[in-house]
Design a binder for this molecule. Structure first.
Ligand code: SF4
Ligand code: SF4
Length: 289
């Protein structure tokens, strides 16, 4: 279990604890007002200074010796903050974890607060100028997005039943999009995303700069060598470079250290040779998120 599972998952996975989706938390931290202010000014946040540094051109800042390290440390501290949310213009308490399809279904069917909507992904829009409805929101977050037309998909039905939300998530997952669940802000969960890298502003800091902006999943990929016929289709599905074909073996090999446990590569396999196993069962990677 990751740090948040240990501290806030009541002995299980933090994102399967329904308390984190509750109206009680919304009221306690006045999140209606907080999130409305945050999302009404969302684009401006990208140019406001965070911890004394402008996030514009952050790639360069991160690579600077000493200063880069300090900024990374500040960013990580901000994302992992467990202080009550006070400043809507800082991404405090916005930590997430990769989730496979099975756990996403459990979130949508049993934990997520209603109403449930699907909004345009802001990461894709800000990085590529593409509006794609694939970000599932819950509870108060859905109410707020309803008031902000620029986030609302133009033609698609975006208010979803639980079953419709599961079906939409499955579609995205089958395309290779990585399921991720987020505190926003801690301790409230309101976002189940279907991400791509490098567009995702949550995954990229981890993959490219080593900032713990997101935890790997509770799982790792396993391969049934007998069932595999060596087509190689799974390799292209992995966004993290955790799979490569090994000609001498006639099958893929898994780099478990690179595997985020998203499980999307399974969609490419027609023989069912790929499966997920709990991360804790891997002697070298147990506890390494
Ligand atoms: S190898 Fe791991 S990280 Fe890559 S797609 Fe499969 S489960 Fe996800
Ligand atoms: S997609 Fe399945 S059968 Fe093809 S190489 Fe990958 S594991 Fe083997």
């Amino acid at each position: 279990m990751c740090d948040y599972c240990m501290e806030h998952g009541a002995g299980g996975k933090w994102y399967l604890n329904a308390t984190h989706y509750s109206e009680e938390i919304v009221e306690k931290y006045n999140l209606r007002e907080f999130l409305l202010e945050q999302y009404a000014s969302f684009e401006q946040m990208a140019v406001r200074k965070v911890g004394g540094f402008s996030p514009v051109g952050m790639d360069y800042t991160f690579r600077m010796p000493i200063i880069g390290r300090v900024v990374k440390m500040l960013a990580e501290r901000m994302l992992h903050s467990q202080k009550p949310p006070v400043n809507p213009f800082r991404p405090d308490g916005h930590i997430g974890q990769v989730v496979p399809l099975e756990d996403a279904e459990a979130i949508l069917m049993h934990c997520a607060a209603e109403p449930i909507i699907e909004k345009n992904c802001m990461c894709r829009y800000m990085s590529r100028g593409v509006k794609e409805a694939c970000c599932i929101n819950f509870g108060v977050m859905s109410e707020i997005i309803d008031k902000l037309p620029r986030f609302v998909p133009e033609k698609e039905k975006y208010h979803l039943t639980r079953d419709e939300a599961v079906a939409r998530f499955r579609e995205h997952n089958a395309k290779g999009y990585i399921g991720t669940i987020w505190f926003g802000p801690f301790p409230y969960i309101n976002n189940l995303c279907s991400c791509e890298t490098p567009e995702c502003a949550g995954i990229r800091p981890r993959v490219d700069f080593g900032i713990k902006s997101i935890y790997k999943a509770e799982y790792l990929l396993g391969l049934n060598e007998t069932a595999c016929h060596g087509c190689g289709a799974c390799v292209a599905m992995c966004s993290f470079g955790a799979l490569r074909m090994e000609a001498a073996l006639g099958r893929p090999v898994i780099d478990a250290d690179r595997c985020y446990g998203c499980g999307v590569c399974r969609h490419a396999c027609s023989t069912g040779a790929l499966f997920l196993v709990p991360r804790d069962r891997h002697p070298a990677l147990a506890g390494k998120y």
